[in-house]
Design a protein around this ligand. Structure first.
Ligand SMILES: Nc1ncnc2c1ncn2[C@@H]1O[C@H](COP(=O)(O)OP(=O)(O)OP(=O)(O)O)[C@@H](O)[C@H]1O
Length: 444
């Protein structure tokens, strides 16, 4: 088998442009070699019908935007190309509404797409396939995972774990991917808060001593009281849910402002499972309250008398820590604004056709709307493709899925969204050609 595969690779690499190579089966790697070498492939797939979908999947990818073409046939049935293409068409177009991809691709001003939903529904595959499609349609694109359980590396079949932008090979326009570790960002926040806390505790102690000795007037006593009220330890011990991800997103926003990265016209976020994302949305209000206190305190301390200034020999460090927090708060406000900006941002909910997933998606949708987050599209992923010969299990599953889809249609929150139905495919969605294939089905 290994030899057969090696032979095929060699044959395709050695082939001249538009030469025809015959093979029984090709996989994604071979497909890439064929594309690179502009080789036409004839797949003699045998009479095994279970092979048809895989071959059809490869066929659509191969024919998309490349000079290579694809034909499959068996000796028994003759030319199966038409049959395969029919399968592709029926599987690729189960949806009643299209995703409105034309609108997503329109314009050169920067747009952000946040994909979110319950864990395991296919958020990452949908986000990565959207990024590939946007890049293939002329947009320099960045895809970022802020989900602590990253699967973007697996999806692109590339190591993206370094926390830096990694170029993805394949699409026509530049595509970069980034896995950002939200927990690490959260830790940096703890350090900043910790710095302020240790300094303020120390100052509180000094101020208390001074006040006891009646060296402070009433006004400075107020500063002392304020210090006591801060309770920064609480902030540290129980950081607000979603903080990690909020910081991660704000970091991305920060570097996107720099000239080096302003070429990106589409940014796709693969967000953490929806609980986190939801709580993230209320975060800036929390930060306003908590960091606001720190900032107020900073102003009070800085307007203190020169006698106090001499006491605070470490004023410089304290300023840095408070400044860091102030900057963080400003960035958080930007994230909140970004989440709510209808012109530049859209939150796409990804779900699967089960009652549980749809109920959760409905709650997510309701919260997003309440928070004024623009949400227009709902991807219902992993729908069983049409079949004429269902086993009992598949027939039951199909019935369940149909019921779930009608539930969406009558759901008060979800029914107003554009529903994009994406089929469950029988190949693993892994690597750029596979993502391109999925993208062409989902994002139309
Ligand atoms: N339409 C589909 N057909 C077949 N397999 C799919 C489809 N969509 C996703 N998958 C597969 O399902 C698995 C989970 O997908 P993915 O990682 O995209 O989900 P996720 O929602 O991002 O999960 P997590 O929250 O755990 O990161 C992967 O193995 C992926 O290849």
């Amino acid at each position: 088998m290994q030899n057969e595969s090696d032979n095929l690779h060699g044959e395709m690499q050695a082939a001249d442009d538009n030469e025809v190579v015959r093979t029984e089966n090709i996989d994604w790697d071979e497909l890439e070699i064929a594309q690179d070498n502009n080789v036409d492939i004839i797949t003699e797939s045998g009479a095994d019908p279970s092979n048809i979908f895989t071959q059809a999947s490869i066929a659509t990818s191969l024919c998309q935007g490349h000079n290579a073409s694809w034909v499959a046939f068996t000796e028994e049935t003759g030319n199966l190309f038409q049959l395969f293409m029919n399968v592709v068409r029926s599987v690729a177009a189960p949806s009643e509404a299209t995703a409105g991809f034309e609108e997503m691709v329109l314009g050169t001003q920067r747009k952000y797409y946040m994909l979110g939903g319950k864990g395991g529904v296919g958020k990452t595959s949908c986000a990565a396939s959207l990024a590939v499609k946007l890049a293939n349609n002329g947009h320099p694109t960045l895809v970022v995972s802020t989900d602590p359980a990253h699967s973007l590396s697996d999806s692109f079949a590339q190591d993206l774990t370094g926390g830096t932008l990694v170029p993805v090979d394949g699409p026509y326009s530049p595509l970069f991917a980034l896995e950002i570790n939200p927990e690490k960002q959260g830790k940096n926040f703890e350090v900043s808060v910790g710095e302020v806390e240790s300094k303020t505790s120390w100052m509180a102690w000094v101020l208390g001593r001074l006040q006891n000795r009646r060296k402070l007037n009433k006004g400075k006593g107020t500063v002392w009281l304020l210090l006591g009220e801060l309770k920064l330890g609480e902030l540290l011990n129980s950081p607000p849910p979603g903080l990690d991800e909020a910081i991660a997103i704000s970091k991305v926003m920060k570097f996107l402002e720099s000239q080096e990265y302003n070429m990106f016209t589409r940014i796709v976020f693969d967000t953490a499972p929806m609980g986190h994302t939801l709580r993230l949305l209320s975060l800036p209000d929390f930060l306003d309250a908590s960091i606001g206190k720190i900032l107020k305190l900073k102003q009070k301390i800085f307007s203190a008398t020169s006698a106090l200034k001499s006491v605070f020999g470490q004023q410089e460090n304290q300023t840095n820590a408070a400044d860091k927090l102030e900057k963080l708060r400003e960035r958080m406000i930007k994230v909140r604004e970004l989440f709510r900006d209808t012109n530049s941002t859209e939150f796409v909910i990804v779900t699967i056709p089960t009652v549980m997933a749809i109920s959760e998606s409905s709650r997510l949708c309701s919260s997003l709307k309440k928070d004024n987050v623009p949400v227009k599209r709902l991807v219902v992923n992993q729908i069983l493709p049409p079949s004429t010969s269902d086993c009992k299990f598949c027939a039951m599953k199909r019935k369940d899925q149909a019921r779930s889809i009608s539930m969406i249609k009558s759901d008060p929150e979800l029914s107003s969204l554009t529903m994009i139905q994406a089929p469950l495919v029988d190949v693993e969605i892994r690597g750029v050609p596979a993502l391109q294939f999925l993208g062409d089905i989902v994002w139309k």
